[in-house]
Design a protein around this ligand. Structure first.
Ligand SMILES: [Zn+2]
Length: 143
C-alpha cells in the first residue's frame, strides 16, 4: 500500500498518479472528505467537474462539494439549504427584535421630549437597559 496516495485513490483502491486531480483537495490524512463527496456525487463526476475548472477555482469548488456532500448526508431532504433556511430565520428574528427595540427607544425618547421635567429628574435618557427599565417604572407613576 502506498502511503502517498490521496484519499480518493486510496478509497477507490487505485494507483495515485503524480498528476492526480484529487490529490490537492483530498489529502490522505482526511479520508472522510472524499467518502462523503464520492457517496453524493460520484468520483468520476467530481473529477470531470474539477477538470473543467481553472486551477485557481478548484480548491474552492472541492471545498464547496465537500460541505454540500456532508450536509446532504446529514439532512438528505434539504442538505445545506436546511442550514441556510435556519440561519435566514435567525436573521429575520433578530431583525424583528431590533426593530421592536428601536421602536421602544423612539417611543421612550418621545415620552422624554414631551415631559422634559421628568427626563431632567432621571438624567439623560440613554440606550442602556437600566435607563429603559427605570423609565418604564417611572412612567407608571406619572400616568
Ligand atoms: Zn489520487
Amino acid at each position: 500500500m502506498n502511503p502517498g496516495r490521496c484519499a480518493a485513490c486510496r478509497h477507490l483502491r487505485r494507483k495515485c498518479p503524480p498528476d492526480c486531480i484529487f490529490i490537492p483537495h483530498f489529502p490522505p490524512n482526511v479520508p472522510q472528505l472524499f467518502v462523503s463527496v464520492h457517496r453524493i456525487y460520484g468520483a468520476s463526476n467530481v473529477a470531470k467537474l474539477l477538470q473543467q475548472l481553472p486551477l485557481h477555482l478548484r480548491a474552492d469548488a472541492a471545498e464547496s462539494l465537500c460541505l454540500e456532500a456532508q450536509y446532504r448526508i446529514e439532512d438528505p431532504v434539504y442538505g445545506c439549504v436546511g442550514l441556510i433556511s435556519l440561519l435566514q430565520q435567525q436573521i429575520l428574528d433578530a431583525e424583528k427584535q431590533l426593530a421592536k427595540t428601536r421602536a421602544e427607544i423612539a417611543f421612550l425618547k418621545s415620552q422624554a421630549a414631551q415631559h422634559p421635567q421628568a427626563a431632567a429628574l432621571r438624567g439623560n435618557l440613554s440606550d442602556n437597559a437600566a435607563d429603559l427599565s427605570f423609565s418604564d417604572h417611572h412612567q407608571s407613576f406619572c400616568g
